[in-house]
Design a protein around this ligand. Structure first.
Ligand code: SAJ
Length: 418
């Protein structure tokens, strides 16, 4: 058993393919997108993630087999890492179904099929298994099927793929065991075997826990902003307690995980998901809350420089980024807005980007929305009068007037003094 086929070469599928290849597997990476395949065939990568280009080079240099392909190949193991977008607040499983269907003609006795894509509970058994059994083979007997959710953090994917604990949920015990053997070829963390439904639900709950916790921090920010208290200081103090870990408030929750996964639970039980739904609502309210605060506190005739479009620091990913909604709402509210993000490729976005100097030129306010490391030192901005609103609490050096998300309540007072 040494051939593996990975379907979907995005942020997870590509690093996963390369790690398997680096560990001696013969890997075929499949994607329906011609740009992705051609880029990889030219020895380049289409995602910005630390270490990925180097890993492709290493794999090629060591003559390990990694082939970029439009179609699956005969393999021993098939891993599905395609997107599951949110459409009308429920999971669109069409890519998962499509990828599963393409495996059917290749499926043989003894094969292992693993779903890594994030999916609502019961999808492995109720949706994927019946498609694979169209081959005439019986799941859990002739072939093995498991859900092994990816849980790596963008920005640290290569390290976390190896070091994180993995949950492997099989449709039966033997499926879990067989899938665990695959991951044990490179994972240094623990590989935990369970049933498919528990693997699906635990993945969703990890991100939901984080989303609900951030909503609590955002609610605290709103309350304390009215009361003239510093939310960040309260969180710092409360987190000194050994059993408290309040997350950080911010301009909203973006990305393809925390902002999406709670809905995969909500769609399965609309009645008992009150807290999860409310947390989503609070986090989704943050962009308009921030724009309203700015309209009231600084007036919408101001010139605003925005730093950061990516959904979080040091990544090039703009999926569900609250910054995009904030920029659009600021423009709608009448502010004059310029935007800078060195990670974002202009061809991927309609919002015009400018370089850092041009963005801050003549600006009254600099709004930092993403915690890229390059925004920590803003000493190069000479103006002492520019008001810097650091919604991510990441700016360390500046000549201007700095307000973090906890001290926004002081903003109105200070502006009247300028
Ligand atoms: N955020 C806050 N406050 C915080 C932490 C984050 O507002 O205290 C915001 C971030 O700015 C960002 C969003 O939340 O907009 C999500 O960022 P993140 O760093 O929390 O998570 P992701 O979406 O990049 O990755 C998460 C991770 N899940 C957990 O930490 C439980 C990662 O391990 C998963 O693999 C990934 O989701 C996934 O693919 O599901």
């Amino acid at each position: 058993m040494n051939r593996i086929c990975v379907l979907g070469l995005g942020y997870i599928g590509l690093p996963t393919s390369l790690i398997f290849a680096d560990n001696g597997w013969e890997v075929t990476g499949v994607d329906v997108n011609a740009n992705v395949i051609e880029t990889l065939r030219n020895g380049e990568v289409h995602i910005k993630e630390p270490g990925i280009s180097k890993m492709l080079e290493t794999v090629t240099f060591n003559k390990n087999t990694f082939t970029a392909s439009y179609e699956p190949m005969i393999s021993d193991v098939y891993i599905i890492t395609v997107p599951t977008p949110l459409i009308n607040n429920s999971a669109d499983l069409s890519y998962v179904k499509q990828a599963t269907k393409t495996i059917v003609p290749f499926l043989k006795k003894g094969n292992i099929v693993i779903i890594e894509s994030t999916i609502p509970p019961r999808t492995t058994r109720d949706v994927v298994l019946p498609i694979l059994e169209e081959s005439g083979l019986k799941g859990g007997i002739d072939f093995y099927l498991a859900h092994c959710p990816e849980r790596v953090l963008p920005g640290s994917i290569l390290q976390e793929l190896v070091e994180n604990n993995r949950i492997v949920g099989g449709i039966n015990d033997i499926s879990a065991k067989k899938a665990a053997e695959v991951y044990n070829t490179f994972v240094t963390g623990e590989v935990l075997e369970t049933v498919a439904e528990s693997a699906e639900m635990s993945k969703l709950m990890e991100n939901t826990y984080r989303d609900v916790n951030i909503a609590l921090a955002n609610e605290l920010q709103k309350i304390t902003n009215n009361l003239g208290i510093d939310a960040l200081e309260i969180i710092k103090l409360a987190n000194y307690h050994p059993r408290v870990n309040i997350h950080s408030p911010g301009p909203g929750v973006g990305g393809h995980c925390l902002a999406i996964d709670p809905y995969f639970i909500i769609e399965k039980d609309l009645v008992n998901t009150e807290l999860i739904s409310q947390a989503r609502g609070i986090n989704e309210s943050m962009p308009s809350y921030l724009v309203e605060l700015l309209s009231t506190d600084i007036g919408n005739d101001s010139k605003i420089a925005v730093f950061g479009l990516a959904y979080k620091g040091n990544v090039d990913d703009i999926r569900n980024s609250p910054s995009i909604e904030i920029v659009n709402e600021l423009i709608k509210a009448g502010f004059s807005v310029k935007v800078h993000d060195p990670y974002i490729d202009q061809t991927k976005i309609d919002i015009p980007l400018t370089n850092r100097e041009e963005t801050v030129k003549d600006a009254d306010v600099l709004l930092v929305l993403t915690d890229h490391d390059c925004f920590q030192d803003l000493k190069w901005i000479k103006s002492k009068n520019i008001v810097i609103i650091d919604t991510k609490n990441c700016v360390k050096e500046t000549n201007g007037l700095l307000y973090d998300f906890g001290s926004l309540h002081k903003l109105r007072r200070s502006l009247t003094k300028i």
